[in-house]
Design a protein around this ligand. Structure first.
Ligand code: PFF
Length: 473
C-alpha cells in the first residue's frame, strides 16, 4: 500500500441528507446523553438548562454556521481551510492556528471519549448478560441489592485492565469506519445508526412519560432560579453547548469541508442545532423521570447514567431489556461522535503529510490510545495523579476529568471565540456572505451575533467562569 497519496479527487458526502445525518451524528453523543444530564444535575437544574438553551441559539448556532462555512469554502482540513480564507481576505495566515488548536482539542477529546465509550460497552455487556439470567419480564438484576447494582460502576472503573481493554475496543470500532473514508464509512455509520437512535430515544422517553415522574422532571429542568446562575454555572453551560454541538474543536469545519456548493449552510446549521438540542432535552426527559420515579437524587454527575439509572431499571418491569436498549442507543450515539472526533485530526494528517487515510487514522489512533490509557487508568490505579491539581479549577481531578474540564471549559470556548472574531471581523465580508446562505433580516441578525454578541458574551463568560474557579471561590 502506498504510504502517501498524490492528491486524488477529495472524498465528500454523497448527499445533503448524508451531511445532515453525519453532522447530527457528530453532535449527538455522550455529550447529550451523559454530560448534559450530569452537568444539569451538578449545576442546579433549571438555571443551567435555560442558560444552555440561550447559549445554543445565540452563541452556538452562529458559531456552527461560521465553522461550516469556513470548511465548505476551504474544502480542506480545518487549518488549511482557515488559512485559505485568511489568505483570500489578505490577512495573516497565523489565523490557521485557531483551527490547529481545534484539531488538538478534538484529539484530546477523542482520547478520553473512547474511554467513556468503553464504559458504555461494558454496560451493554452487563445488561445483555442480565437479560439471559433475569429474563424479559421482571426488573433488571433480580436478586441483587441496590448496593450491588450501584457497585458495578466503581468496580468497573477501578479495574484498569477492563477500562483499558474497552477503550481500545471502542477506538478499534471507531477507526474501522474512519479508515473507510467519508462516503464509504463515516456517512454509512450515521445514515444507519441515527434513525435507529431516534426511534430508541423516543420509545424510552414515551415510556418515561407514562411510567415515570414527568411532572417532577419538568419542574426540575425548567424552573428558572436566577440566583443559581453564577459565573461557573454559565461557563459550564456555554462549554456544554460547544461540546454538544461539536464546536471549537474544528469538528464542524472538517465536516463542512465535505459539503457541496449547492447546500444552504444556514438551513442545515439550523437543522443540526435543533436536532442536537432536542436530543439533549429528550435525554433529560428520558433519564430524570426514571430517576425520580425510583425516589433517587438527580445530582449524581456521571453516577446518574452509570449507577442511578441501572438501579432504576431494577425497579421497572422489563428493566433488563429497557436497560439494554438504552445502553445500545448510547453506544450508537457515542460511535457517530467518536468517528467525527477521529476524523478531525485524521483529515489534518492526510492534508498536511499526504499520508493515505488508513495510515493517517492509524497514527491518530495510536496516540489517542496512549493518552487514553492514562485516562482509563485515572479512575483506578492512577487516581492519585492530579496533573493540574495545583490549580483550584483542576483540584483533585485525575487525568480524565482534567482533560474534560480543560477542553470543555477552556479550549473549546476559546476556539469558538476566536472563530467568531475571525468570521465577524477578519475574513472578507463578501466572501463570508457568499457562503452563509442567509437572506435579509436573518443575515443581519447573524452578523450582529458573530460580530458582537458571541465575542463579548464569550469573553465575559470566560472571565466570570474561570476566575472564581482559579481563585478557588
Ligand atoms: N458533540 C459530541 C457529543 O455531544 O457527545 C462530542 C463531540 C463530537 C465533540 C465531535 C466534538 C466533535 F468534533
Amino acid at each position: 500500500m502506498a504510504l502517501t497519496q498524490s492528491g486524488p479527487a477529495r472524498d465528500g458526502w454523497s448527499s445533503r441528507t448524508a451531511f445532515i445525518l453525519a453532522a447530527i451524528g457528530s453532535a449527538v453523543g455522550l455529550g447529550n446523553l451523559v454530560r448534559f444530564p450530569a452537568e444539569a444535575g451538578a449545576n442546579g437544574g433549571g438555571a443551567f438548562v435555560l442558560f444552555y438553551i440561550f447559549c445554543v441559539i445565540l452563541i452556538g448556532l452562529p458559531v456552527l454556521l461560521s465553522e461550516t462555512l469556513i470548511g465548505r469554502h476551504g474544502q480542506a482540513a480545518a487549518p488549511e481551510s482557515f488559512r485559505k480564507m485568511a489568505e483570500q481576505s489578505r490577512r495573516s495566515t497565523a489565523w490557521e492556528h485557531v483551527a490547529s488548536l481545534g484539531v488538538f482539542s478534538a484529539f484530546v477529546v477523542l482520547s478520553f471519549y473512547c474511554v467513556l465509550g468503553g464504559w458504555v460497552l461494558y454496560y451493554i455487556g452487563t445488561f445483555l448478560g442480565d437479560l439471559f439470567t433475569t429474563g424479559i419480564t421482571g426488573g433488571a438484576f433480580a436478586g441483587s441489592s441496590v448496593e450491588e447494582v450501584e457497585g458495578i460502576f466503581p468496580a468497573m472503573i477501578a479495574n484498569g485492565g477492563m477500562t483499558v481493554t474497552l477503550d481500545l475496543v471502542f477506538l478499534a470500532i471507531t477507526i474501522f469506519f474512519v479508515a473507510r473514508g467519508v462516503s464509504g464509512g463515516i456517512e454509512k455509520v450515521a445514515v444507519y445508526l441515527m434513525p435507529a437512535f431516534f426511534l430508541l430515544l423516543v420509545g424510552i422517553t414515551i415510556y418515561g412519560m407514562f411510567g415515570g415522574a414527568m411532572g417532577q422532571t419538568l419542574d426540575y429542568l425548567f424552573t428558572f432560579e436566577p440566583d443559581k446562575l453564577t459565573g461557573p454555572v454559565m461557563l459550564a453551560a456555554v462549554g456544554q453547548a460547544f461540546f454538544s454541538l461539536s464546536l471549537g474543536v474544528a469538528g464542524m469545519i472538517t465536516y463542512g469541508s465535505y459539503v457541496g456548493r449547492n447546500v444552504n449552510l444556514g438551513v442545515t446549521s439550523g437543522i443540526i442545532a435543533t436536532a442536537d438540542t432536542t436530543v439533549a432535552l429528550l435525554a433529560g426527559l428520558c433519564i430524570f423521570p426514571i430517576v425520580f420515579a425510583a425516589g433517587l437524587a438527580p445530582n449524581g454527575g456521571l453516577g446518574l447514567m452509570f449507577q442511578t439509572l441501572p438501579h432504576a431499571f431494577q425497579e421497572i418491569p422489563g428493566g433488563s431489556l429497557l436497560g439494554l436498549a438504552f445502553f445500545i442507543m448510547v453506544g450508537f450515539a457515542a460511535l457517530t461522535s467518536s468517528v467525527a472526533l477521529m476524523e478531525v485530526p485524521t483529515a489534518w494528517v492526510i492534508d498536511r503529510f499526504r499520508f493515505t487515510r488508513p495510515i493517517a487514522a492509524g497514527m491518530v489512533t495510536f496516540f489517542a490510545a496512549i493518552i487514553g490509557i492514562l485516562s482509563a487508568l485515572s479512575t483506578g490505579s492512577l487516581a492519585w495523579f492530579h496533573p493540574l491539581g495545583f490549580l483550584p479549577m483542576f483540584e483533585g481531578m485525575g487525568v480524565l476529568d482534567t482533560l474534560d474540564t480543560f477542553t470543555g471549559k477552556i479550549t473549546l470556548p476559546v476556539g469558538a471565540l476566536l472563530t467568531s472574531i475571525f468570521v465577524g471581523w477578519i475574513a472578507n465580508k463578501r466572501l463570508v456572505d457568499s457562503e452563509n446562505g442567509l437572506g435579509g433580516g436573518l443575515h443581519l441578525f447573524w452578523r450582529f451575533l458573530v460580530c458582537w454578541l458571541c465575542p463579548i458574551a464569550l469573553i465575559a463568560i470566560l472571565l466570570v467562569g474561570i476566575f472564581p474557579s482559579i481563585l478557588g471561590q
